[in-house]
Design a protein around this ligand. Structure first.
Ligand code: SAM
Ligand code: SF4
Length: 378
């Protein structure tokens, strides 16, 4: 029988501790708060573990034009009714409230964000919200060639494009319907439009984890001026679509990239301000960079600065748990103006007060949420 390998875990979530923390202002909103020894500007949100929330990921839809094997099952993902999707007005209103609480960076994701109708119009509206400094997107790239120029004009500065392999047949197989040539055209169009591009590959043992595969993805990115990144597979979906034997740890990815492309790998020093979950490395002697998102073997929960909003308005403070706070019902409560903003801030504060210290993913596939990655957006 399979015995799960235990990863470092955190104390079990305790509602009593959360309530106490909220009552003492450990998740503070709207007042000067002290995060450990760090002074935090008035109006920011800080959780019980002194992590300041600055980054909101917004899923624009739970629909997707691909069916990646590591993200969703072939069938059986229940789609939410369209009337539950937040409208552009509701999303803009929420982003204004989040910006007032110190959120500076917004990432649009999905499902596939580009299948949301008129999404360029939403980009322009969100980019214009005072306080939002960065508006970026994660996409499978299938529709990017048509959209890139307009996205750039609307205020999008960067896109992350998922690209797991450069082999057209294997690309089609892993995405269950993807077209590699369209994605490559999308990447090139984004670069031509002046956007920064990062490439995300989920590394799966026996599929794309060979030194040659990893090196080819790096070279493809570097030739174009895009940054390659490798993601460890995470056991979402109740572990149902995760295969323990396919997990490839960050240390193995680094060793294979070094073996194929250089002599050594050196970690880039942290800027001190957490931006996203990736850690960056340089291949020496060339100095070329790549990133690794290693939620499993070298997790980064201690510096997590993110919240996640689903397309239907559920606010998740952590990717790895099913806990959620419903902002849609607050938005549709009939209240308006300052009263509505106050209620939204209170619900957001409750979500932040409840943010878990970390995940309990196990290498065997246990410990994750039942939600599918396609529904929350990575
Ligand atoms: N459709 C867009 C895309 O594919 O980029 C955005 C949504 S997708 C859920 C966001 C990211 O999550 C992608 O980079 C994808 O590769 C990654 N992802 C999906 N399932 C994952 C899993 N089980 N473990 C790790 N990353 C995963
Ligand atoms: Fe769709 Fe992105 Fe999930 Fe692939 S990874 S199925 S493109 S949401």
């Amino acid at each position: 029988m399979h015995r799960p390998v235990k990863l470092p875990i955190f104390p079990k979530h305790s509602p009593a501790a959360t309530t106490a923390a909220a009552a003492t202002g450990a998740a503070s909103v709207g007042e000067e708060a002290a995060a450990g020894s760090r002074a935090v500007p008035a109006g920011s949100i800080v959780d019980r573990f002194a992590r300041r929330v600055e980054y909101l990921r917004i899923s624009l839809t739970d629909r997707c034009n691909y069916r990646c094997t590591y993200c969703m099952p072939e069938e059986g993902v229940e789609l939410r009714p369209r009337q539950d999707m937040l409208s552009f007005e509701e999303l803009e209103q929420l982003v204004r409230v989040f910006a007032g609480l110190g959120v500076r960076r917004i990432r649009l994701t999905g499902g596939e964000p580009t299948v949301r109708r008129n999404m360029v119009e939403l980009v322009a509206r969100l980019a214009a919200v005072p306080g939002i400094e960065e508006l970026v997107m994660t996409t499978n790239g299938h529709l990017l060639a048509e959209l890139a120029g307009r996205l750039r004009e609307a205020g999008m500065g960067e896109v992350n494009v998922s690209l797991d392999t450069l082999d057209p047949d294997r690309f089609h197989a892993i995405t269950r319907r993807g077209d590699l040539s369209r994605v490559v055209a999308g990447i090139d169009a984004a670069l031509a439009a002046g956007m920064a591009v990062k490439l995300n590959a989920v590394v799966l043992g026996g599929f794309n984890d060979g030194a040659d595969d990893l090196a080819a993805l790096c070279r493809f990115g570097w030739e174009r001026g895009a940054t390659p990144r490798f993601i460890e597979h995470m056991p979402m979906s109740g572990g149902q679509i995760y295969q323990a034997g396919q997990h490839v740890p960050a240390a193995a990815i680094r060793a294979r990239v070094a073996g194929a492309l250089g002599e050594t790998i050196s970690a880039e020093p942290s800027s001190g301000r957490p931006v996203g979950p990736a850690r960056y490395f340089r291949v020496e002697p060339s100095g070329r960079r790549f990133g690794i998102i290693s939620a499993m073997s070298e997790h980064f929960c201690g510096t997590c600065n993110r919240l996640r909003l689903t397309a239907t308005g559920e606010l998740h403070a952590c990717l790895a748990w099913d806990d959620a706070f419903n902002l849609r019902e607050v938005l549709r409560s009939g209240r308006t103006g300052d009263e509505l903003d106050r209620d939204l801030r209170a619900r957001i504060a409750a979500a932040v007060a409840d943010k878990r210290e970390g995940h309990e993913f196990q290498l065997g596939g246990e410990g994750g949420p039942t939600k599918h990655m396609v529904a929350i957006g990575g």
